[in-house]
Every structure is written in C-alpha cells, then in structure tokens.
Design a protein around this ligand. Structure first.
Ligand code: FPP
Length: 237
C-alpha cells in the first residue's frame, strides 16, 4: 500500500457482497450464518477503506430482486440490518456518514425509523460516506428519477430541453456524490446485477474469486493495486 499515490486511490468504491450462501454451504451451515459473517466483514472492510482514504463506499446489501428469496432468509438479512443499526451508535468513533440507497416504502416501519435515525445521527460526521444499498435496483432508481422529472414537466416547473445527464444524476439516490471509480464483485460471478447502473458508466470493474465472507483487507489492497495499474481514459486516448 505504501507505494500507492494518493490520487490513485478510488474516491468511490462499490462492492457487491456476494457468496455468503456458498460460504455457509461449504461449512454445512445455514445460509443465515453466511450473511452474519458477511455483515462482520462489511464492518471490517468499511474501516479498511476509510483508513486508505476512500471517500465514498457503497455496499449492496439487498436488491429489489432479493425479495424472491425464502421468507426466513429475507427476514434474517433484515434482522442483521436492524442489529447493525442498533449497534451503529457504538461506532461513532469511526466518524462515518451512513446513508441508504433504495426504495424504502416496502420496508418495515421500525427499520425505516432506524435508518432515518442513523442517517440523521451521522450526517455531521466528517469521515467516509457509507451507502448501504437496501431494496436497491439500478433500473428502479432510474424509474423513480424519470417519474419525478415527468411530474415537474407536468407542473410546468421543468422544460424537457433542460433534462440532461446532470439533471438525471441529481435525482438518483446518490445525488451529490461522485460516481464510483471502482466496482468490486467477489464470488467469481461476472455481472453487476443492477448495481449503480447509471453511475457505473465509467467505473473500473473488478471480479474477484473469493467469497465475500472470506474477503480480507489484503483482498482490498489487491483490488486497489489493480485499480492503480489501470489506465483510465474516459473515452479519450
Ligand atoms: C449475497 O450472497 C448476499 C446478500 C444477498 C446479502 C448481503 C447482506 C449482508 C452481508 C448483510 C447486510 C448487513 C449489513 C450490516 C450491511 P448470496 O446469498 O447471494 O450468496 P450465494 O450467491 O453464495 O448464494
């Protein structure tokens, strides 16, 4: 890590936490045990990212498609989030800002209240921003943005000609944040599964052959070294 130039550290990293189920299966444990371990790794990696100077970290915790999983598994992921948010006050010393990306309407009222409390309670922190994507889908996010803009056009407060890329970005859950520079997907799958669809247009993609519960700060360092090696051209030469 010592050799990395500060400007070669990605400002914003997105991580698709994948492989919890397989990790548990390999050990003859219930899938929930994989998610539990995944949530621990989440905390460890968030701290490691902050220590390396990352400004924004977005973690995919639950997608708009994950409701299709068995009820008990959905319940166990929501319970892990509840526990994490109740404990979050203890992590004040981490100085991170916590934000949630996604459609909150279908979530349980107590969970939504905890999410709001955590966002408000951490808003004045000055460290890294951690976005937790929860009931998040990239297409769903764009649909919401388009609906809001259409509404403004109907009300006469927006001209269709004024709709440009910046206007759309401004209506996404990540409004005001830099786009991700690096997206990491562990677990050996080669897709981004509706994660930060609009924002990842120029992101470097990195697929790593390790299950999320086995992901360590050393894997993060490997990812950062690979990122620093890539020559980013943004469509230029
Ligand atoms: C993907 O692995 C993982 C999920 C759908 C859930 C991720 C959620 C957590 C780690 C808990 C969130 C908690 C906090 C505190 C953010 P998978 O189940 O799809 O694994 P598989 O592909 O091996 O089955």
């Amino acid at each position: 890590m010592a050799e990395l130039e500060p400007n070669s550290v990605p400002r914003h990293i997105g991580i698709i936490m994948d492989g919890n189920g397989r990790w548990a299966k390999q050990r003859g444990l219930p899938r929930q045990a994989g998610h539990r371990r995944g949530a621990e790794v989440f905390k460890e990696i968030a701290r490691a990212c902050q220590a390396r100077g990352v400004q924004v970290l977005t973690m995919y915790a639950f997608s708009t498609e994950n409701w299709k999983r068995p009820k008990e598994e959905v319940q166990s992921i929501m319970d892990l989030l509840r526990r994490f948010l109740k404990d979050a006050k203890k992590y004040r010393k981490d100085n991170m800002k916590l934000r949630f990306l996604g459609d909150r309407a279908p979530l349980a009222p107590d969970l939504r209240a905890l999410m709001e409390e955590t966002e408000e309670g951490s808003a004045s922190n000055t460290g890294m921003t951690v976005n937790i994507a929860l009931n998040y889908g990239g297409r769903d996010e764009i649909v919401h943005a388009v609906r809001t803009l259409a509404q403004q056009v109907r009300e006469g407060t927006l001209n269709p000609e004024e709709i440009d890329e910046a206007e759309i970005s401004h209506h996404l859950y990540t409004a005001g944040q830099p786009d991700p520079d690096l997206i990491i997907r562990p677990s050996g799958e080669f897709r981004t599964s509706n994660f930060l669809l609009w924002q990842s247009a120029y992101a470097e993609l990195l697929f790593m052959d390790v299950l999320w519960p086995d992901f360590t700060p050393q894997h993060l360092d490997q990812a950062l070294e690979e990122y620093a090696r890539r020559n980013r051209r943004f469509g230029g030469i």
